[in-house]
Ligand binder design. Sequence first.
Ligand SMILES: [Zn+2]
Ligand SMILES: [Zn+2]
Length: 262
Amino acid sequence: MFQFCSLYSGSSGNCSFLQTNTTKILIDAGESAKKIEEALKKIDIEPSSIDGIFITHEHSDHIKGLGIFAKKFQIPVYANKETWDAMPKQKEKLEESIINTFTFSPFTIGDIKVEPFSIPHDAANPCGFNFYHENKKMSIATDIGHISESVIKHLSNSSFLLLEANYEPEILKCSHYPYLLKQRIKGPNGHLSNTEAGQTISYLTNYGLKNVMLGHLSKENNFPELAYKTVVEELMEHNIEENLIHLSVASRYEVSNMIDVS
Ligand SMILES: [Zn+2]
Ligand SMILES: [Zn+2]
């Protein structure tokens, strides 16, 4: 068994769940501890059975409930040094014994191999994750300003990918966001647009990608049907048949289906 489920996804809060028969992990804890507990209850997972929480970066939509949730259930938390240094308020809630620091070298937790990789985003040392179990690979990549060669290399040969499709440029252009915020979102260290997500997915279908969940959608500058449709159009433009790849959109508030990574 190698299963993934998005508990919350979007610019307001992110938390994902991954399990094998013997190991359960969360990626990010960007909703309140109470809401994370509620979501886990919906999929029948006891919070205290979680073996580790992996943090991508320190923005509040990824760590909001971290300190309280991890402390309450004594769950080990894994982040890199720069990310720990950038979230002192969350860190001070945790006992030393559950604080773990990783580098960009792969390591294992239970029967899952974890490979963090660097992503271009305006945080201290943001990362995406590859997870490996029994020759299967899946990836999580949200909050990406642009798709660098290194990001593409890391996402190759993943069969399942949670990929950011944050905004639609035309909506962003007309939105009431201040000019500098708009520049930040579409800049090289901001977020990924629907079209960029579609192009990335089109490319990766040549490298083993079979199943994609679009995530981290902006509340103001995107909506699920548009993200989905834009990605499908990109696939068609690249002559990729729709049935070659399973595409879904993670909900902002709802727990997704449990995806079997195969
Ligand atoms: Zn971020
Ligand atoms: Zn984010």
